[in-house]
Design a protein around this ligand. Structure first.
Ligand SMILES: [Zn+2]
Length: 198
């Protein structure tokens, strides 16, 4: 079934379930909202059963506008899909996962990597740093074992590392730390020598 065949009914059900301020469905604003959601849902390849389940699970707040609902639905969709995605065979076995991650540069094999508030002065209510599920096998294993609630509260280092998260993978208070993994004084001297030659 095409998304446009069920989205209108889904939005109506979601509005009734959660209440709040919504434009009238067939008013100009309502039509605009519908097309915006349609585009997003097509991009997300959303299916009706998925969205229906996420809509039931979301705990909305009274002050939420349509964009908050949309963000919550997409986040819920992602969490649900991460949970059902078949994991790599190695990741299902804890020992193997931890072993493979040994010496991971982000988490030292613990599965948890620190991520940082990019600007604590600007966002004082957000912790300066939290633990994220690492992108290595140990981190993937931990995320695969986590409940939906923990997944929702724990950043995914994959996204942080890809720059797709509000968190950043280094401490902004010491921007030069950590040094690049390949930094060695001898190599640095060689590079400098090379550059002076050129
Ligand atoms: Zn790691």
């Amino acid at each position: 079934m095409l998304i446009k065949d069920w989205l209108e009914a889904f939005m109506q059900g979601h509005r009734e379930r959660h209440g709040g301020e919504w434009p009238e469905p067939f008013s100009p604003d309502g039509k605009q909202l519908y097309s915006a959601w349609l585009r997003v849902m097509i991009d997300a390849r959303a299916t009706q059963p998925e969205l229906a389940q996420v809509s039931r699970e979301i705990k909305s707040e009274p002050g939420w506008g349509p964009s908050d609902h949309l963000a919550a639905l997409l986040a819920g969709l992602q969490v649900m899909r991460e949970k059902v995605t078949p994991q790599d065979a190695d990741v299902s076995k804890r020992a193997v996962a931890m072993d493979n991650a040994n010496g991971c540069e982000h988490c030292s094999g613990t599965g948890l990597a620190q991520v940082y508030n990019p600007d604590p002065k600007r966002w004082p209510n957000i912790p300066t740093q939290v633990a994220a599920h690492c992108l290595c096998t140990a981190g993937r294993w931990m995320r695969a074992q986590s409940t939906a609630d923990i997944i929702r509260r724990t950043p995914d280092f994959v996204n942080v590392w890809a720059g797709k998260s509000g968190w950043i993978p280094y401490n902004p208070a010491t921007p030069d730390d950590p040094e690049p993994a390949d930094f060695r004084p001898s190599k640095w001297r060689d590079l400098l020598a090379e550059r002076t030659k050129a």
